[in-house]
Ligand binder design. Structure first.
Ligand code: FES
Length: 93
């Protein structure tokens, strides 16, 4: 993939930003997240987390399963406040 591809839309990060972090010696996805803010946007990494993990896996020669998963805060996708208020009342919509 080309360096100018946007990896994290929320934080406006390109693949080059991630690769530069790896070149500086950061090989832990959580470290790269803290350094670049990749995954700290409103979507909490719902799209960029996997891309970050793939890039680190390629650079480190490890599988994605061997890497430490980055932290994220639920909900990872927007939900309606109505859904929260009606929790336990499954029949009503
Ligand atoms: S795309 Fe990275 S936090 Fe949303």
């Amino acid at each position: 993939m080309e360096d100018n591809i946007i990896i994290c839309r929320c934080e406006d990060l390109t693949l080059a930003d991630i690769r530069n972090s790896i070149k500086k010696g950061f090989h832990n996805p959580q470290e790269i997240k803290r350094l670049t803010r990749c995954g700290m946007g409103p979507c909490q990494g719902s799209t960029c987390r996997e891309l970050l993990l793939k890039e680190v896996a390629v650079a480190s020669g490890k599988s994605i399963g061997e890497l430490e998963m980055t932290t994220f805060r639920p909900p990872t996708k927007p939900i309606k406040a109505k859904s929260i208020l009606m929790e336990g009342d499954q029949d009503e919509e």
